[in-house]
Design a binder for this molecule. Sequence first.
Ligand SMILES: *Cc1c(COP(=O)(O)O)cnc(C)c1O
Length: 238
Amino acid sequence: MADAQDDLPTRLQRVRDKIATCARRSGREPDDITLIAVSKTHPASSIKEALSLGVSDFGENRVQEADLKIETVGRSAASWHLIGHLQANKARRAIKLFDWIHSLDSVALAQRLDRACAEEGRAELSVLIQVDLASEETKSGIEPAALPELIETVNNCARLKLRGLMVLPPFYEESEKVRHYFQRLRALRDELSEQGHFAGNRGELSMGMTHDFEVAIEEGATIVRIGTAIFGAREAIK
Ligand SMILES: *Cc1c(COP(=O)(O)O)cnc(C)c1O
């Protein structure tokens, strides 16, 4: 946890150093890991400060909250990632605001997003499927058993580009306990990749947050979503 008196440049540098160290330790290149700064609950001014320090990707988990901030910072100033659950009735707004959707979790939402893209004249939307690997914890995402149907749907949606998988494991104080979720997501990704399901590369793995991103990188994360370690603690509301 970051000290309260630390400033954003210091915290950001610490995160970047840890990502680089962890990547090398795992036999990977630091550049192979994209850092998404999760700015939910933090003001546009914090996003602008991070932008000035070279952060290019930001994560928000609510369409409504992101709307105002993205307008203030500038839609084209950064790449915007929706990392929270998306309600179908907000699909149209979401495709105007976000470059990537990490939380695709149903056939109906895929179809809705594709239709919205067509209607808004958006040629391409990068999506990640959020997989629910711990259903008893009531996390959102799609169960692995339902993945094939969703993947088939996405691949039939002309405007959706399936880039990879995302997981949000349950929170454990001890980050080692989430390792097996990351391992399972990676195994799923590898299997789907072999079947040629991902656009562009072998498939992104969006996994790892403030308390567990080092474990995630060790297990192959290509995208880490980090809020608290960069922007400081959030208010209790989530
Ligand atoms: C809030 C959030 C994060 C970042 O969490 P931190 O612990 O603050 O790094 C990452 N992913 C998702 C889906 C989130 O909602």
